[in-house]
Design a protein around this ligand. Structure first.
Ligand code: HEM
Length: 421
């Protein structure tokens, strides 16, 4: 049934109830836009998430990982502490750089304000999604909410203006790319989402609104999901020391010295790290439920779905079904993703990035950044917690949340690497 819905052209629209708060926070972006607009924009945007683009972002991911390692180093030896906020801030920094080209290196006073602005807006959107179910979503639309919206809008508009000015050739962002000095910079600059979106505008394929809305969409779509996933992986490893040790042994074998440059090829030699990431995405998917709406009356597997009916697909519950994952479906066990076990499993039993035409556009981005961050963190630190796995309680709304966020204790490894090059 899930396969039929996710691959059906009648179920490409998002559920109105579920996504109304998202649509308010990030209006008219592909996450929530109606199918006709979505089709046009998604087709263009698919070309901005290719292997080449994501590879160009690897230096940004490595730099961000080094910053996170530096920040967490300050937590070493201080007992159990909250780490989620620092993960969120560091990843948002990376997301802003890959999407808008604005990084902490720039003397941009508004950068920190942007970080807290997106952070606040998405918190309100998540709360709004919950309150909408009892028709109280409006409670999140506070004056601060509107001020934040206006600030982000104005900031992106200014960014576009500055970019256009820097080109010194209004309407031709190719010139800007040609002006960059080094090959590395050229590729990175070309890959940055907003530069691609401006190219679409130059070709008459995007309006200025599309450039702004889709830029916000990409930051918002990546920020909450990836930072929650990193946090979830660290919690799982802290609660399962044997798994953490096995992963550390794999990473030290791939990178025994501390002066080797981490390249994409290294990541391909870390099968256990991939299993750990996949298992966390199974038990703690950042998006625990998705919702679609029928564009017309349709029969699926003999069941009649009237037009406009909203259908929820509970990824969280699907990933823990005992008939699909065995009697220990709720236990954390990366071996669930051993190749022989995966080949036995039905393909739609595991859908952390959804499937079909409206799946996650950033899944490859997510997989790459998660691997680099995890590599940096586990190669440098050991994590522990006194919080028990059995005591985790989730609030499964538009994005996964922990009712009580476990704190982590951090220890530095003996053969830590100073920096990922
Ligand atoms: C662990 C990380 C991530 C997870 C678990 C995740 C999960 C998902 C899921 C389940 C959907 C489908 C939503 C639905 O059908 O209602 C989705 C859509 C989307 N994701 Fe992700 N995502 C992640 C990271 C990212 C990243 C890094 C980006 C951008 C760089 C991104 C951008 C988007 C966008 C724009 C959509 C809407 C796609 C469309 O409707 O065409 N996501 N994501």
């Amino acid at each position: 049934m899930i396969k039929e819905i996710l691959t059906s052209s009648s179920f490409l629209d998002k559920s109105t109830t579920m996504y109304s708060s998202v649509n308010k926070a990030i209006p008219n972006g592909i996450i929530s836009s109606p199918v006709n607009k979505w089709k046009h924009n998604r087709k263009l945007m698919n070309s901005t998430f290719t292997h080449r683009t994501i590879t160009a972002f690897i230096p940004i991911f490595k730099r961000g990982t080094n910053i996170l390692v530096e920040e967490l180093d300050g937590f070493v030896g201080r007992g159990e502490l909250e780490v989620f906020e620092i993960i969120k801030q560091t990843f948002l920094d990376m997301a802003l750089e890959t999407t808008m080209g604005t990084g902490p290196n720039q003397t941009n006073n508004n950068h920190n304000k942007m970080i807290s602005g997106f952070n606040y807006l998405l918190k309100q959107a998540a709360t709004g999604a919950v309150l909408s179910t009892v028709k109280l979503g409006f409670l999140t639309l506070t004056p601060r909410y509107y001020r934040t919206q206006q600030f982000i809008q104005a900031h992106i508009e200014k960014l576009i203006k500055d970019k256009r000015k820097a080109n010194n050739c209004k309407g031709n962002s190719k010139t800007m790319e040609n002006q960059s000095n080094s090959d590395d910079c050229y590729t990175k600059k070309e890959a940055i989402f907003i530069n691609r979106a401006l190219n679409f505008q130059d070709q008459g394929l995007f309006g200025q609104d599309d450039v702004i809305n889709e830029t916000k969409t990409i930051v918002s779509g990546s920020f909450d999901t990836v930072s929650t996933q990193i946090y979830s992986i660290l919690i799982m490893l802290a609660m399962h020391p044997n798994v953490q040790e096995k992963l550390y042994v794999e990473l030290i074998q791939v990178m025994p010295e501390n002066n080797i440059s981490l390249e994409y090829k290294h990541l391909k030699h870390c099968p256990y790290m991939d299993m750990v990431i996949k298992e966390t995405l199974r038990l703690m998917p950042s998006i625990p439920v998705i919702g679609r709406e029928a564009a017309n009356e349709i029969q699926v597997n003999g069941i009649n779905f009237p037009k406009d009916i909203q259908v929820m697909i509970p990824i969280f519950i699907l990933h823990r079904r005992k008939d699909l994952w065995g009697p220990n479906a709720n236990a954390f066990n990366p071996d669930n993703f051993l190749p022989e076990r995966m080949s036995e499993r039905r393909p739609y039993a595991y859908i952390p990035f959804s499937k079909g035409a409206r799946n996650c556009i950033g899944w490859y981005y997510a997989e790459t950044v998660l691997r680099i961050i995890l590599f940096g963190l586990i190669r440098n630190f050991k994590f522990s917690t006194s919080f028990q796995y059995e005591n985790l309680v989730f609030s499964n709304h538009i994005s996964l949340r922990y009712v009580e966020e476990p704190k982590l204790q951090i220890y530095r490894r003996n053969h830590a690497i100073e920096k990922i090059n």
